[in-house]
Design a protein around this ligand. Structure first.
Ligand SMILES: Cc1ncc(COP(=O)(O)O)c(C=O)c1O
Length: 397
């Protein structure tokens, strides 16, 4: 059978390492999981209670494909009020997680051979998704500005410069995927930076997919949504999710906000694939959004504490002086700062898992060799012990 081998599909690196870590755990090995991109906090009771009530009230049937009307309305109100956007309910669709929203969007937008800009270091799934639909990923490079150990260093780094975007424009870019706040670097774009990027995109008819799933996990600075630029609205789709800032990864609820004709196409694709998002999950999301003003700060404050604990201990153990990432759930740090000479991130991460029992993700999976991504969503004890294990391992090499 022809398995469409030309797609050269790769398993998601984060899913792969996570699966390996789980297998080791199952075998009884003590594993410290610094690889999973999720806040390890249980879904609030109020959400669980709301779902139970919805189930008892008979909300157990197929949902409307685009989402239950109350949720579409609540999500639209939330985005508009929180990030100064101006969407109508008809410009919002509920998707099975932000990931599937991006997948459907690429399916809807890409024509074979289309060039899609991806800013490196990038979220692992973007290049594979683009290839699945016959697009060509164009990698836009970014840099660590100056010394990453200076205050503001890693938060201010790794952002798309206009000159790099203009180079890609010359290659006939059709779509740009912008991830703000960023996985894996925690980079956070200012209003002026976004304005500049959106203006160039608009001038050259480049459609922007703004992946904003970490918008609620911003610790230093202000989050600005691409949905707040009224003059670029026709050119932008905003991807949102309950996974990260509501600590609801397992419920699989995401949102896409954008021009109505694109939302209609996404709805048709949903109708031909999943028939929408599980009804129970939509009621969970509805309750979470109704309580966003308490749940999001709760998750954000817990993650900020974990970020600080992780970075303080790292700096102390490895005698470094890295500043905190401004947002998201990750520290993206050079291998050399561990005092390990190899820059082969896959090899180093494999050894950290096999010999120290610590799961991390190699920088190469995000398009940047010589780095490791550490997730700080786990409990403070888990972070501390994991780092101590890395230090112990490092002493032996
Ligand atoms: C940058 C980015 N976008 C999208 C997603 C998808 O999240 P979900 O499908 O859980 O909403 C993730 C998850 O890790 C992510 O890191």
């Amino acid at each position: 059978m022809d398995l469409r081998s030309h797609l050269q599909l790769e398993q998601s690196a984060t899913v792969a390492i996570n699966t390996l870590a789980m297998e080791k755990k199952k075998k009884g090995e003590r594993i410290y999981n610094l690889s999973a991109g999720e806040p390890m906090i249980d879904t609030p009771d109020i959400v669980i209670e709301a779902v139970m009530k919805a189930m008892r009230d008979g909300k157990t049937h197929y949902p409307p494909v685009a989402g239950i009307p109350e949720l579409r309305e609540q999500a639209t109100d939330w985005l508009n009020a929180t990030y100064y956007a101006n969407y109508e309910v008809s410009e919002c669709v509920i998707t099975p997680g932000g990931k599937f929203g991006i997948y459907l969007l690429l399916q809807a937008l890409i024509q074979p051979g289309d060039k899609v800009g991806i800013i490196a270091p990038y979220w692992v799934s973007y290049p594979s998704m683009v290839k699945i639909f016959g697009g060509e990923p164009i990698i836009l490079e970014t840099e660590e500005i100056g010394n990453p150990e200076k205050p503001g260093g890693i938060g201010a780094s790794w952002k798309l410069e206009i000159a790099e975007l203009e180079k890609a424009v010359e290659q006939n870019l059709r779509i740009l995927i912008l991830n703000n706040a960023s996985n894996p670097t925690g980079a956070l774009y200012s209003k002026q930076e976004l304005e500049n990027i959106l203006r160039v995109a608009h001038e050259h008819h480049i459609f922007v997919i703004s992946d904003e799933v970490y918008s609620g996990l911003v610790y230093d600075g202000e989050f600005i949504s691409c949905g707040s630029f009224e003059e670029h609205k026709e050119n932008v789709i905003v991807i949102q999710s309950c996974s990260k800032h509501f600590a609801m990864t397992g419920w699989r609820v995401g949102f896409a906000f954008g021009p109505e004709e694109i939302i209609k196409i996404l709805t048709i694709l949903l109708g031909q694939t999943t028939s929408g998002v599980a009804t129970a999950s939509q009621y969970a999301a509805l309750c979470a959004l109704q309580n966003a003003s308490t749940i999001i700060p709760h998750v954000r404050d817990a993650m900020q504490k974990r970020r600080n604990v992780f970075m303080n201990i790292y700096n102390e153990l490895f005698k470094t002086n890295f500043s905190y990432p401004a947002s998201a759930l990750y520290c993206f740090l050079p291998i050399v700062s561990l005092g390990i000479k190899s820059s082969d991130s896959k090899q180093v991460c494999t050894e950290l898992l096999d010999k120290a029992g610590v799961a991390t993700v190699p920088g190469i999976a995000f398009g940047k060799e010589g780095y490791i991504r550490y997730a700080f969503g786990e409990s403070e004890d888990e972070l501390k012990e994991g780092l101590l294990k890395i230090k112990e391992y490092k002493e032996t090499v």
